[in-house]
Design a protein around this ligand. Structure first.
Ligand code: MOS
Length: 716
C-alpha cells in the first residue's frame, strides 16, 4: 500500500518568499488609527465600588462594558467571562476598561489618573483553598467548572485481583506558550460592519464572539488573520476576548483601534497550561499485570472556564497512556480559582496526564524490581482492544516498532544496563517515554460542532486557490496543505494559492487546533482536488466544495464519555539521556532520540521542525519553565525570569518516522503537531529518576526540587 503513495513528488523550496514582507499585526498602520491600553484589576477578587475617571483630552476615550451593544460575555464554551468587568473582578489582570487615543504616552498618563475603589472579597488562590468551606464559589454555586467521571470495567473487582497496591500523587506547573509575537488585534468599524485583524489562531471563533458581543448577524462581522508569530494554543481562545474589546472600541470611536500586548502583559494575563494535581492508585497482580487504575485529576482552571473543561477531558482520556488496563475509574475536575484563566497549549491536557502515568509505570516497575521498559511493554495496547472510553483502537499499533527504532538509535538498553551497573556513572541516566495523541476533536465534535467545509477554486489563469479557515502559525500549514492539493492535482506547488483566511471569503473549515488540520481539513482538500481534477481545463473559474462526513462506525456518548473519543491516534517514543551535577543538581541533557507514527509525513522537513520544536518545548515543561502564581499574581513577567529552552540547551536530535497509513487522512496522514511535545518531559523525568535512583513526582524538575528529593526521599 505504502509504495503507491509517493508524497515527495515535488520538492518544496522552503526558502520561497522569505522576503520580510509579511505583515504582523503590529506592522499594520491604518489611517487615523488609535492605540489602546488596558486598565486591569489589581485585586484577585473584589467588588468594584466606583471608578474615578479623569477629564479626557480631546480625541481620547474610555471603553468599558457599557459600550458593548450585545452581550458582555466572551463566547467560548460556557458564557462566564466578560469582555470588561462589570461590578466585580475575579483575577489580577482582569480587564476593566480600555483607554483609547492617538498617543501612547498620553494613554499611560490617563491610565495613571484612573482610580478604582474596590471592596475585597476573600480570594480562592489555590486548588486547596477551593476545597475549604471558607469561600464563596466563583462561578454560580460551583467550585468546579466540571466534575466528570469515566469508568471502564469493574473497579472493585480490579483492585480485588491486585496483590500490590500503589498510590502516588503527581503535580505539574504552569507552562506559558511564549510565542515570539505577543497577542495583538486591530478593530475597524466601517460601512456598518465590524472587522478584526489579528494574531488569531481560529478566525471563526473570533467571528462568533463578535456576533455575540454585538448581537449582529455574520454579514456584519469579518475576521482576518494576520501573519502569526507562533500560537501553540495560546491564540486559540484569547483573541476572542481582545478581538471583542477592540471591535467595541472601534465601534465607539469610529476609528481603527490597535491593541498590542507587551511581553510582560502577555506573560501575566494570557492563558497558560493548567497546573495539575493527579492522584493515581493502581493494582498489580502476582503475574505483574496491572488490574486496576483509579485516577483523580484536578486542573486549575483559573477564574473563568474558557476551554478548561475540554482540556480536562483530553487529560482524562490520556490517563492510562498507551497501556491496556482492564478496570479504570477516573474523576476529573476543573477547579475555579481567582487566578488568570488557563487554556489551550499544544497537547491540550495530555502532557500532564502522560507525565503522571509514565511516572507511575516507572515507580511501579522500580518497586517491583522490574525493568521499566519490559514492564511497560507487557501492557501495550493493541489493535482491536478497548480504549479508556470503551471505544476501539481501530488501526495497527506500531509501538513495538517505534520502541525498537528508538532503542536502536539511542542504544537505550545497553546504556540502561551500563548506567545501572557502574558506580561511577551513577549520575548518568537514560529514560524512555511511550505516548499517544488522539487526532482531531473529541467525540462527536467534528460532526456536531464544527461541520467543516472547504472549497477549491480554479482561477482563470489556471492557478488553484485553497479556501479554508485554517491558519499557519509557523508550523508550515500552508506548505503542507498546498502540497496535498498540488499532489492530488498533479500541479506544481507554485500553482496553489493559500491566503491568510478572511471569514467573509473562506468557508468555516474549523479551528486550527487539536492536531486536526492536516488529517481532517487536508483530507477534505484532497477529496475536493480529486473532484476538481477532471475540470481543470474548463475555462474561467471553477469552484468545488467538500463537506465533512463523520466516519459512520464512530460512536460517542457525550453524557457518559463512552465510545470512540478519536477517529485515530498518533504514537510516539522518546528517549532522553541526562547527567546530573552532584553538587548543584542541575540536569544536563546529553541526548534526545525519538520515533513517531503520524500515519504519513506530508513533508519531512516540516515534520522535523515539529519534532525538534515539540520535544524541546516538552523538555522546557520538564525542567526549565517555572511559573508561579503568588497571592494571585504571576511572578515571572519577563523572558529573564521565565526561561525557555534555546538552541544552547539543545543537543543533536535524531528521529525516525514509521509509516502507518490512515485511510481517512490525506495520503495516509494523521495528526502530528501536539504529539511531539508530549513525550519530552516524561522521558526526561525517567532519565533523572534513573540517574539518581529517586522517584519523580513533580514538574518542572528544578535543582531545588531534586535536592529535596535526594535529601529527604520526597519533596513537600
Ligand atoms: Mo490547540 S492546544 O488544540 O490550540
Amino acid at each position: 500500500m505504502s509504495a503507491d503513495i509517493n508524497i515527495p513528488v515535488q520538492k518544496v523550496d522552503h526558502r520561497e518568499k522569505v522576503t520580510g514582507e509579511a505583515a504582523y499585526v503590529a506592522d499594520i498602520k491604518l489611517p487615523g488609527m488609535l492605540y489602546a491600553k488596558t486598565l486591569r484589576s489589581e485585586k484577585a477578587r473584589a467588588w468594584i465600588k466606583a471608578i474615578h475617571r479623569p477629564e479626557l483630552p480631546e480625541g481620547y476615550f474610555i471603553v468599558d462594558h457599557s459600550d458593548i451593544p450585545g452581550q458582555n460575555r466572551v463566547k467560548i464554551v460556557i458564557n462566564d467571562q466578560p469582555f470588561f468587568a462589570e461590578d466585580r473582578v475575579n483575577y489580577i489582570g482582569e480587564p476593566i476598561l480600555l483607554v483609547v487615543g492617538p498617543e501612547k504616552q498620553i494613554l499611560l498618563e490617563i491610565m495613571a489618573q484612573i482610580r478604582v475603589d474596590y471592596q475585597d472579597i476573600p480570594p480562592i488562590l489555590t486548588m486547596e483553598d477551593a476545597e475549604t468551606p471558607d469561600f464563596q464559589p466563583i462561578f454560580e454555586d460551583k467550585k468546579y467548572f466540571a466534575d466528570y467521571q469515566i469508568t471502564k470495567g469493574n473497579q472493585e473487582a480490579g483492585f480485588a485481583q491486585g496483590k500490590f497496591i500503589f498510590e502516588e500523587e503527581f503535580t505539574t506547573g504552569y507552562q506559558e506558550q511564549l510565542y515570539l509575537e505577543p497577542q495583538g488585534v486591530i478593530g475597524v468599524y466601517e460601512n456598518n460592519q465590524i472587522t478584526v485583524y489579528g494574531s488569531i489562531q481560529c478566525p471563526y471563533y473570533v467571528r462568533d464572539a463578535l456576533m455575540q458581543a454585538f448581537g449582529w448577524g455574520s454579514e456584519r462581522v469579518k475576521v482576518v488573520q494576520t501573519t502569526l508569530g507562533g500560537a501553540f494554543g495560546g491564540k486559540e481562545d484569547y483573541p476572542s476576548l481582545i478581538g471583542g474589546q477592540v471591535a467595541v472600541a472601534a465601534y465607539k470611536t469610529g476609528k481603527p483601534v490597535q491593541l498590542i500586548f507587551d511581553r510582560s502583559e502577555d506573560l501575566e494575563v494570557t492563558t497558560k497550561r493548567h497546573p495539575a494535581v493527579i492522584r493515581l492508585r493502581s493494582a498489580v497482580d502476582e503475574n505483574f499485570k496491572i488490574t486496576a487504575l483509579q485516577a483523580d485529576i484536578r486542573y486549575n482552571a483559573g477564574a473563568y472556564c474558557g476551554l478548561s473543561n475540554v482540556v480536562l477531558q483530553r487529560g482524562m482520556f490520556n490517563i492510562a497512556g498507551v497501556y491496556q488496563i482492564p478496570n479504570i475509574e477516573v474523576r476529573g475536575r476543573t477547579v475555579a480559582t481567582n487566578t488568570v484563566p488557563n487554556g489551550a497549549f499544544r497537547g491540550f491536557g495530555a502532557p500532564q496526564a502522560i507525565f503522571a502515568i509514565e511516572m507511575l509505570m516507572q515507580i511501579m516497575a522500580q518497586k517491583l524490581d522490574l525493568d521499566p521498559l519490559e514492564f511497560k511493554m507487557k501492557h501495550l495496547v493493541q489493535k482491536g482492544e478497548l480504549t479508556i472510553t470503551s471505544g476501539t483502537f481501530r488501526q495497527e499499533v506500531k509501538l513495538p516498532e517505534l520502541i525498537a527504532a528508538v532503542d536502536q538509535i539511542s542504544d537505550y538498553r545497553r546504556k540502561t544496563n551500563e548506567f545501572r551497573s557502574s558506580k561511577e556513572k551513577a549520575l548518568k541516566g537514560i529514560g524512555m517515554s511511550l505516548f499517544l495523541h488522539g487526532c482531531g476533536f473529541t467525540g462527536s465534535g467534528e460532526r456536531d460542532f464544527i461541520k467543516s467545509q472547504v472549497k477549491l477554486r480554479k482561477l482563470p489563469d489556471g492557478k488553484v486557490e485553497i479556501l479554508a479557515a485554517n491558519t499557519d502559525m509557523g508550523q508550515g500549514l500552508k506548505t503542507t496543505l498546498r502540497k496535498i492539493v498540488a499532489n492530488s492535482l498533479d500541479l506544481p506547488i507554485e500553482s496553489i494559492i493559500y491566503q491568510n483566511p478572511d471569514t467573509t471569503l473562506v468557508p468555516n473549515s474549523g479551528p486550527t487546533v487539536a492536531s486536526r488540520t492536516v488529517m481532517i481539513v487536508g483530507k477534505l482538500l484532497e477529496e475536493a482536488a480529486l473532484k476538481l481534477k477532471p475540470r481543470l481545463n474548463e475555462p474561467g473559474e471553477v469552484e468545488v466544495v467538500e463537506n465533512y462526513r463523520h466516519p459512520l462506525d464512530m460512536q460517542w456518548d457525550d453524557a457518559t464519555f463512552r465510545g470512540d473519543a478519536y477517529p485515530a491516534f498518533s504514537w510516539g517514543v522518546n528517549a532522553v539521556e541526562v547527567e546530573v551535577d552532584p553538587r548543584t543538581y542541575e540536569v544536563q541533557i546529553k541526548g534526545i532520540w525519538s520515533a513517531f507514527d503520524v500515519g504519513k509525513a506530508i513533508d519531512d522537513r516540516i515534520m522535523r521542525g515539529q519534532i525538534e520544536g515539540g520535544i524541546l518545548q516538552g523538555l522546557g515543561f520538564g525542567c526549565l519553565e517555572k511559573m508561579e502564581c503568588r497571592q494571585g499574581k504571576i511572578q515571572q513577567r519577563s523572558v529573564t525570569d521565565y526561561i525557555i529552552p534555546t538552541a544552547m540547551d539543545s543537543v543533536k536530535m535524531e528521529h525516525r518516522l514509521i509509516d502507518n497509513l490512515y485511510a481517512d487522512g490525506p495520503f495516509g496522514a494523521k495528526g502530528a503537531g501536539e504529539l511531539t511535545l508530549i513525550g519530552g518531559a516524561p522521558a526526561l523525568a525517567a532519565a533523572v529518576s534513573n540517574a539518581l535512583g529517586v522517584p519523580i513526582h513533580r514538574l518542572p524538575i528544578t535543582p531545588e526540587y531534586l535536592m529535596e528529593v535526594v535529601k529527604n526521599g520526597k519533596a513537600d
